[in-house]
Unconditional design. Structure first.
Length: 283
């Protein structure tokens, strides 16, 4: 009977491999493991950094070719290309503040931030953008901080953040994701704050969003067929269809009424600025 012994082979190291091993031994002797590990991580990070650089012109401006890729090859079912492309090279954080002068002070301390804000729906003097999503999405967003102040919305966010356990900012564009995030937490009590027109009177769009959030949290079926029609008839929508209102482009109406266009919830979390900041929510 012939025994079937396993055969173990061993290749003698070549001269190049011997020199490589000696070099590695020398490096290990004189350079700390932490530094070597950092260099290895930097090499890995460079791959992703260079990939991201192919989607922008200059430093942070999203390129036309990137928009086209997200419009065709990378198209997603729930989010528009105009939103997906900036997210791929997206802003680092959004910091809501209540007071205009606080926002200006933060801009003075860090001129690289994007200052976004309005009062009476008009862009504030000295600000980079008004409250128009169309205008904001034209800006180079990658890696930047946005400081945001509005007549109503950021007032409610900052006030709620001071007293509530958790704060989400919800709209029709991320309605389902916001409902899912709140339900997943199984809270005993939920307060919905609809800020209304200039934080002083009710308005159609905020009432509609509040009704939708309540229905979703109760597990009720949402009837959405007439929503755009109701919103189009709202007094606040008139400016989008007025050619003289160049501060409220028609595209903004489409952005604001795109139900569930954004597939994630947005929560307010503590910030290095001493204010809360908005982040994509994850459990």
């Amino acid at each position: 009977m012939t025994s079937q012994n396993p055969v173990i082979t061993y290749n003698q190291p070549t001269a190049w491999r011997r020199w490589h091993q000696r070099g590695a031994d020398v490096l290990a002797r004189y350079i700390s493991h932490d530094l070597l590990a950092l260099a290895a991580r930097a090499a890995m990070a460079a791959v992703f950094w260079l990939s991201g650089r192919t989607k922008v012109d200059g430093w942070w401006t999203v390129s036309d070719s990137a928009y086209e890729l997200f419009r065709t090859e990378y198209r997603l079912p729930l989010i528009t290309p105009e939103l997906a492309a900036p997210l791929a090279a997206g802003a680092e954080r959004v910091v809501p503040v209540a007071e205009v002068e606080v926002a200006r002070t933060m801009k003075a301390a860090d001129p690289t931030v994007l200052l976004v804000g309005e009062r009476h729906a008009r862009k504030l003097p000295g600000f980079d953008c008004g409250n128009s999503p169309t205008e904001v999405l034209r800006e180079p967003l990658g890696g930047r901080t946005l400081i945001h102040t509005t007549h109503a919305g950021t007032q409610g966010l900052t006030a709620a953040f001071a007293v509530a356990d958790r704060v989400f900012t919800g709209a029709l564009v991320n309605l389902s994701a916001t409902i899912a995030a709140v339900r997943a937490l199984q809270p005993k009590e939920v307060t919905i704050v609809a800020m209304g027109h200039e934080a002083r009177e009710r308005c159609v769009e905020d009432d509609l969003c509040r009704e939708a959030l309540l229905a979703g949290l109760r597990g009720e079926q949402l009837e959405t067929r007439d929503w755009v029609t109701r919103l189009r008839a709202a007094p606040a929508a008139a400016k989008f269809f007025d050619p003289a209102a160049d501060w409220a482009p028609l595209e903004d109406f489409a952005y604001c009424t795109a139900l569930d266009a954004v597939p994630f919830a947005v929560a307010m979390v503590p910030s290095q600025y001493g204010h809360g900041e908005l982040r994509v929510w994850s459990m």
